[in-house]
Design a protein around this ligand. Structure first.
Ligand SMILES: Nc1ncnc2c1ncn2[C@@H]1O[C@H](COP(=O)(O)OP(=O)(O)OP(=O)(O)O)[C@@H](O)[C@H]1O
Ligand SMILES: CC(=O)N[C@H]1[C@@H]2OC[C@@H](O2)[C@@H](O)[C@@H]1O[C@H](C)C(=O)O
Length: 368
């Protein structure tokens, strides 16, 4: 493959804030070169519909299909902006995540399913570029969790010889990759999703900028213990989660026993929950030293980073940007990398992470 070939990576995650995209190239010598990055917020109506589609509702098959079309249009609009930013780039393929609305690997018949909405055919039609999507299902079919997929990419771009590095993504859900002699990775629990829900409900803000509101509250130790009592937190990897578990109904059920709690104290406690979920996951793996590279929108939540640093005193928290990839580019870049893996017919999963029966070629192709 000529070294000049570029890949587009598109990721719209569990925060439902919009889609991030990059144009990237993977030099033969290793690493990544990102030549364009854009974010496209979802229109309010699409965001509300995607949130609603995370739970069962009337006429959901039709609504899911139409949301898949709307996502393809939103992705296509972002691609136009990316291509305007880097008109010289020769794009080989797009790696498009789609929107997770259900994630239940291993459920039901034992294989279960993961569902990322996106009309890949429409995206190929609109972009005239090969589209690789549905990147999780094959790992699930092989008995895996289908997530997290980023550890293999983190290893490719962030691993350092003779030095252990951990990479933490704080999106709607949080997940960590441990890059040492071997690579492991797993979901930690909620990232921003519960904090976002709570601040939207009480202040009408989309998120708690810098964790400023949470800083005004007091952590409620009993509520925190109740929340941390969720069995997910003590489950050994492989493990992944999503809004199927950590959603407003989950929170509401646990708040019933703490009816006197003030809204600001609940926000402080939700921030502590995210921090404890992450720190506890690392401690469960005996991981307590070295660099912790933080990416995802939570990297901009100063109060959360302070809480994490206090729980992980031996670790050196720093933005992923200091190691070459700014926080909001990492996940999109991972999907560009997965597209490249698919095009080169190389496996994208790490069975040690997802629990799949073996390495697999991830994705489905909609040719241009
Ligand atoms: N300045 C900020 N202060 C605090 N939080 C912020 C800030 N900027 C972004 N965030 C948080 O980051 C979230 C978006 O993060 P991101 O785009 O990484 O999530 P995602 O990719 O949708 O989720 P996931 O990684 O779970 O798929 C916002 O919803 C918000 O909670
Ligand atoms: C099912 C699903 O969409 N999972 C996401 C989500 O968002 C963060 C965390 O939960 C992670 O497991 C995963 O995304 C990243 C990109 C991954 O697969 O590594």
């Amino acid at each position: 493959m000529p070294a000049a070939e570029h890949f587009i990576g598109l990721m719209s995650g569990t925060s439902l804030d919009g889609v991030d995209g990059v144009i990237a190239r993977f030099p033969e010598a290793g690493g990544i070169e990102v030549i364009a990055h854009q974010h496209q917020p979802f229109p309010a109506e699409l965001r509300a519909e995607l949130l609603a589609l995370n739970s069962s509702g009337a006429d959901e098959l039709r609504r899911a299909a139409l949301a898949g079309n709307a996502l393809a249009r939103s992705y296509a609009a972002l691609i136009e902006r990316l291509r305007a930013e880097a008109p010289q780039a020769d794009i080989r393929a797009i790696g498009a995540h789609g929107q997770t609305v259900r994630h239940q690997p291993g459920s039901g018949d034992g294989i279960g399913f993961t569902c990322q909405l996106l009309n890949g055919a429409l995206l190929a039609e609109l972009s005239c570029i090969d589209v690789v999507c549905d990147l999780r299902s094959r790992d699930v079919a092989a008995g895996g969790q289908g997530a997290p997929l980023v550890p293999a990419f983190h290893q490719a771009v962030f691993a350092q010889p003779e030095r252990a590095v951990a990479v933490l993504n704080i999106g709607g859900i949080s997940n960590v990759s441990l890059l040492g002699e071997s690579v492991s990775g797993f979901d930690c629990g909620p990232g921003n999703c519960l904090m976002d829900h709570w601040v939207q409900r009480h202040l009408g803000h989309q998120f708690d900028a810098d964790g400023a509101w949470a800083r005004q509250g007091q952590v409620l130790p009993e509520l925190l213990q109740t929340l941390l009592g969720e069995p997910f937190f003590s489950q050994a990897p492989p493990r992944s989660t999503g809004r199927d578990l950590f959603n407003p109904a989950w929170l509401q059920a646990r708040l019933e026993r703490h009816a006197a709690a003030s809204a600001v104290d609940v926000q402080a406690t939700l921030l502590a929950l995210t921090a404890h979920g992450i720190a506890g996951s690392l401690q469960q793996q005996g991981w307590s030293h070295g660099e912790l590279l933080v990416c995802g929108g939570g990297a901009f939540n100063g109060a959360l980073l302070d809480a994490l640093q206090a729980l992980l005193p031996g670790m050196q928290l720093m933005s992923s940007g200091l190691r070459g990839l700014p926080p909001m580019q990492v996940e999109a870049a991972a999907f560009a990398w997965l597209a490249e893996r698919f095009i080169r017919r190389l496996p994208g999963n790490l069975p040690a992470v997802t629990g799949a029966a073996g390495t697999r070629l991830l994705g489905a192709l909609y040719p241009a």
